[in-house]
Design a protein around this ligand. Structure first.
Ligand code: NAP
Length: 433
């Protein structure tokens, strides 16, 4: 009998799992269940709006979504519209591909002041994710501090300093484009708790910071070592050498005619967010790196700023009906097997690391495990889900519906822009009526 699988979440890890399942010789049917009316997870809401080439990967996912045997159930939230227990009665296997939507916390005093926005929220806001449309960050400040030296920190810094012209060919949400355009931001400090060699950004992203129309990358050349020392894999060594070479070129970038600066600051960790109810600055402690770890030196300094964006990594939400490892922010699993017909892939399985393609092996592993564990299907699958959702009057957004939303976004686009996103669930659903 057909093996019926539900994949919860339609980001890269979900789609690679569906693709791997559909490539098997067995009789498999897969339904993707997605909370939002729009698919593609972090490709739509995480990848920076000015990195449109990266977003083209959705063409591959679209082929998967339209393949025979694959169903898409958007606007359906597990826990609200259907429970895990109900899904277990309907499907032979359930794959959790729900990512890591929460911000890791700094754990320092003042973190809850107005003007502190974790990167998950802030990126969601400028990318038009419906959960963050109402974030309304006050950008009426000259100075922003971004904590962290990963690619998300670089994305946030870049989006804040690019010109309106540089953002034309992007799908940044209107509310964010307008707020950034109106803001007096001139200086963004991107602060790493370790050094330039330990920084995690990749080289394409770093190089971009030296080529911006109205922004100069500022770096103190005296902190840049002659070469890369330490024990690194060949791949990491090459990356770090390229990053070091790029950072050494930054002091040569001509600041003439440029109004904005991104300051690459290293060896400093956040101690306290300063101000009253609202952020007025951040206290940092100088650090040194010992055995690869950042260690405070006991010397402190303050940066005055009106906005702090910790971009220090993500965390998964506990998923209803599934054991959760709070310490690591992932589900409890054994090589991806959660137990009781449930599997995990992507960031909820392994934490928030790696690039889009890192999810492919996860999907292949989960598909192989499902087909190894389940010889034959015994559950009803999609018919049971559809009957359940109809009984609860859930407005399912199918893949064809998404294509209608997609076409409307594309046709609403400003000249030069790929799309104008709907930024609320109601507006997305209204586009179908
Ligand atoms: P990340 O690469 O893990 O970087 C997190 C940064 O935050 C690190 O510099 C880390 O420092 C720092 N940090 C963590 N805890 C801290 C604390 N308590 N205080 C101060 N600093 C702290 O994470 P990410 O930037 O969120 O990116 C997530 C994943 O998505 C990465 O694999 C990234 O490459 C990927 N991504 C890729 C792209 C792209 O390819 N263009 C774009 C966006 C994201 P330590 O190193 O000292 O821990």
């Amino acid at each position: 009998m057909t093996i019926n699988v539900a994949v919860i979440g339609s980001g890269p890890s979900g789609f690679y799992t569906v693709d791997a399942l559909m490539k098997s010789d067995k009789d498999v049917r897969v339904d993707i269940i997605e909370r939002l009316p729009t698919p593609f997870g972090l490709i739509r809401a995480g990848v920076a709006p000015d990195h449109q080439t990266t977003k083209k990967v959705v063409r591959v996912y679209e082929k998967t979504a339209l393949a025979d045997g694959v169903g898409f159930y958007g606007n359906v939230e597990v826990g609200r519209d259907v429970t895990m227990e109900e899904l277990k009665d309907m499907y032979d296997a359930i794959v959790l591909a729900v990512g890591a939507p929460r911000d890791r916390k700094l754990g320092i005093p003042g973190e809850d002041k107005a003007g502190v926005f974790g990167s998950a929220d802030f990126v969601g806001w400028y990318n038009g994710h419906p959960d963050f449309t109402d974030l309304q960050p006050d950008l009426n400040t000259s100075t922003v501090v971004v904590i962290g030296n990963g690619n998300v920190a670089v994305d946030v810094a870049r989006v804040l300093v690019k010109t309106e012209e540089e953002m034309t060919a992007t799908d940044i949400a209107d509310h964010a484009a307008d707020a950034i355009k109106a803001s007096p931001i001139t200086d963004v400090y991107m602060v790493g708790r370790r050094g330039p060699i330990e920084a995690k950004f990749t080289n394409v992203e770093l190089r971009e910071m030296g080529k911006l129309d109205n922004c100069t990358p500022i770096i103190d050349p005296s902190i840049l070592p002659d070469g890369v020392e330490g024990e690194w894999s060949d791949r990491d060594l090459r990356l770090k050498e390229r990053n070091l070479a790029t950072m050494k070129e930054f002091p040569d970038v001509d600041p003439a005619g440029k109004d904005k600066r991104v300051h690459f600051s290293f060896y400093a960790k956040p101690i306290e967010i300063l101000g009253g109810d609202t952020v007025e600055g951040i206290r940092m402690e100088h650090t040194k790196v010992e055995d690869g770890r950042s260690v405070g030196t006991g010397e402190f300094f303050d940066i005055s700023c009106g906005l702090v964006i910790p971009a220090i990594g993500y965390f998964s939400d506990p998923f209803p009906g599934v054991p959760f490892d709070e310490g690591n922010g992932i589900v409890v699993h054994n090589e991806g097997r959660v137990g009781d017909g449930v599997y995990a892939v992507g960031w909820i399985k392994r934490g928030p690391t790696g690039v889009i393609g890192s999810n492919k092996p996860d999907g292949e592993t989960a598909a192989a495990q499902i087909l190894e564990d389940i010889a034959d299907g015994s559950k009803p699958g999609r018919e049971a889900l559809e009957a359940h959702l109809a009984e609860r009057s859930v407005r399912i957004v199918g893949y064809k519906d998404w294509q209608t939303i997609d076409a409307a976004e594309v046709s609403n686009a400003k000249p030069g822009s790929p799309r104008r996103k709907f930024v609320t669930v109601d507006a997305m659903v209204a586009a179908l009526d």
